[in-house]
Design a binder for this molecule. Structure first.
Ligand SMILES: Nc1ncnc2c1ncn2[C@@H]1O[C@H](COP(=O)(O)OP(=O)(O)OP(=O)(O)O)[C@@H](O)[C@H]1O
Ligand SMILES: [Mg+2]
Length: 357
């Protein structure tokens, strides 16, 4: 009988070899952006968009390259955003996006590589939609797939200890959805998900520019206005300068330029932000009192791209009379948390596998 250390070294060789052939990816498949973490590094951070040849259905580009074509296509090419309101609306395009982004990582996949993925999903997703995400993962050849709810991933990525018996409220304002959740003891205690977030803000700006300045602008221009001149209220510190907007005159059809300000953007976004505030108040109302008492002390954590809107933290703080903390690098908190879940998949009970749905 060989000595024990023989078996131990055999097992360690097996594990090292297996690790070598394992590709482990944490994926934040978002309505606006998809991010992938591999070996603790963000290796992909691209807009969730695919350009497709209408005639052949062939995928021409994904991510940034496809975004450059967006709203500038001709009859032969269409651009598709596979996710809407946080969930996959076009499965074929979603799979093309995931596959295209995985290919970007550049690492050659051997046919026997064991692909393991943790994918984050909105908390309001149905069982059918969950199954569809598993199917998409199967189609890109994932051999081991787990799902994690977005607010849980956000909380982990913010650096909160989600396992302790202390309540934390996380507000993730993404492109498609705003998710508001109270997290304690590794679970989501209360949760509000509304389909008002960055995309809605962008539409509000397009509508406002039409009404106020008689100018027609595209999604990309509206998004730039939001980023460069956006604000949640008119009275903010460090107001950005006026912003030049180019578009098409609604009356004459001729290209024209107008200037907008953060005050105008705040006016354009006011109704949508009020709806987010309402959802936050509703989530606070649904929170069990002992956890409310924790939240009074810990405050509200803001994350997702929407957290970067100037003055949003102050506006929510004035409304709720609670302390509001903006997460570090809010666009990446969810993928950071998904990465942590990937590393701890053996221990986190809140991860969802195919058997549990
Ligand atoms: N500086 C900024 N100010 C305001 N909004 C911003 C800023 N930067 C990015 N955004 C917006 O944040 C949104 C993208 O955020 P994020 O990447 O968190 O969404 P997502 O995860 O793709 O969407 P979801 O979680 O809803 O599926 C976009 O609508 C973008 O316009
Ligand atoms: Mg998101």
């Amino acid at each position: 009988m060989p000595p024990l250390y023989f078996f131990q070294s055999l097992s360690s060789i097996y594990h090292e070899t297996f690790k070598f052939f394992t590709q482990e990816l944490a994926v934040d498949l978002g309505t606006a952006n998809t991010l992938i973490i591999q070996n603790d590094k963000v290796v992909v951070d691209e807009p969730s968009i695919v350009a497709i040849n209408r005639q052949t259905n062939e995928v021409i580009a994904v991510g940034n390259r496809a975004m450059q074509m967006h709203e500038k296509t001709h009859d032969n090419i269409k651009t598709v955003r596979p996710l809407k309101d946080g969930v996959i609306a076009d499965f074929q395009a979603a799979e093309a996006l995931i596959q295209g982004l995985i290919n970007m990582i550049g690492e050659k996949r051997r046919f026997f590589t064991h692909l393991k993925m943790v994918i984050c999903i909105p908390s309001g997703i149905t069982e059918v939609e969950k199954r569809a995400v598993f199917d998409s993962a199967d189609h890109v050849d994932s051999k081991e797939t787990y799902l994690i709810h977005e607010p849980m991933a956000a909380a982990l990525g913010i650096g909160l200890d989600v396992e302790e018996p202390i309540g934390h409220m996380v507000i993730d304002i993404g492109g498609g959805t705003t998710e508001i959740a109270v997290i304690a003891l590794s679970g989501i205690v209360t949760d509000q998900s509304i389909r008002i977030a960055g995309d809605e803000f962008t539409n509000d700006i397009i509508d406002y520019m039409k009404r106020k300045h008689n100018i027609l602008i595209g999604e990309r221009t509206a998004e730039q206005i939001k980023i460069h001149a956006g604000a949640a209220m008119a009275e903010i510190q460090d107001a950005p300068p006026k912003y030049a907007v180019n578009g098409r005159d609604l009356l004459t059809g001729i290209p024209k330029q107008v200037f907008t300000s953060h005050g105008e953007v705040a006016e354009a976004l006011d109704k949508s932000i009020a709806k987010i505030e309402e959802a936050i108040l509703k989530a606070l109302e649904d929170t069990p009192p002992e956890l409310s008492s924790d939240i009074f002390k810990t405050g509200l954590y803001l994350t997702g791209g929407g957290a970067l809107l100037r003055g949003l933290d102050v506006r929510i703080s004035l409304k709720t009379k609670l302390n509001v903390i903006i997460a570090d690098d809010p666009l990446r908190a969810v993928v950071r948390g998904t990465g942590m879940a990937l590393k701890n998949s053996h221990k986190f009970s809140f991860l969802i596998d195919r058997k549990s749905i």
